[in-house]
Design a protein around this ligand. Structure first.
Ligand code: AP5
Ligand code: MG
Length: 188
């Protein structure tokens, strides 16, 4: 099993690069953000709860997120592995992921950290907000998302360094160059 955590700040290119990885390595993709946005669109109870957090740029509570993740993970059949995009985002989520995979005799193969300067992140998300209209892509909410990332999510770099599977990727520049660096890290 090839289980990959794709990591990075809001706008770092997790979703964009995940699509390319999925195509090349035939993996299943879990984007917790996409899962939550689908629930919101469908007007479910979970969606209503999620919306109140997402619109504030805050994280959904860990326990809720971990349960959703496990049920999506277990829905895949004959999987060659999974790319986790936007999960884990807190230390308790990383510990829960480790436990969940251990219980299934699996583990995370590599954690890819897409690093992009903050002014570029802001530019990308503002632009996307103008085109796609994602509700959390406005300047005020983007700032909150970035602050939450630094406080709660960035500490996971050390968690995965200790696990010995951390790989830094320069996420600024051409899509294809970034993808080539990702493939090299995966195949290492
Ligand atoms: P989520 O959906 O995960 O959003 P995010 O982390 O804020 O990241 P984005 O999806 O905005 O960016 P991305 O890194 O995927 O970049 P993308 O490829 O789109 O989470 C949203 C919310 O859901 C959270 O705030 C939270 O409330 C909740 N949530 C989700 N997961 C959770 C969890 N585990 N626990 C608790 N709560 C959770 O690229 C961005 C833009 O840049 C695009 O327009 C793209 O075309 C462009 N772009 C990409 N690469 C490049 C490049 N190389 N050069 C130029 N432009 C580029
Ligand atoms: Mg995304």
């Amino acid at each position: 099993m090839l289980n990959i955590v794709i990591f990075g700040a809001p706008g770092s290119g997790k979703g964009t690069q995940s699509e390319k990885i999925v195509e090349k390595y035939q993996l299943n993709h879990i984007s917790t953000g996409d899962v939550l946005r689908a629930e919101i669109k469908n007007g479910t109870e979970l969606g209503k709860t999620a919306k109140s957090y997402i619109d504030q740029g805050q994280l959904i509570p860990d326990e809720l997120m971990v349960n959703i993740l496990a049920s999506v993970f277990d829905s895949f059949e004959d999987s060659k592995g999974v790319i986790f995009d936007g999960f884990p985002r807190t230390i308790p989520q990383a510990e829960a992921l480790k436990r969940m995979l251990q219980e299934r005799n699996q583990g995370v193969s590599v954690m890819l950290d897409l690093e992009v300067p903050e002014d570029e992140l802001m530019d990308r998300l503002i632009k996307r907000g103008q085109i796609s209209g994602r509700a959390d892509d406005n300047e005020e909410t983007i700032k909150k998302r970035l602050a939450v990332y630094h406080e709660q999510t960035a500490p996971l770099k050390d968690f995965y360094k200790k696990e010995g599977i951390y790989r830094h990727i320069n996420g600024l520049g051409e899509l294809e160059r970034i993808f080539a660096d990702i493939c090299a890290a995966i195949e290492e």
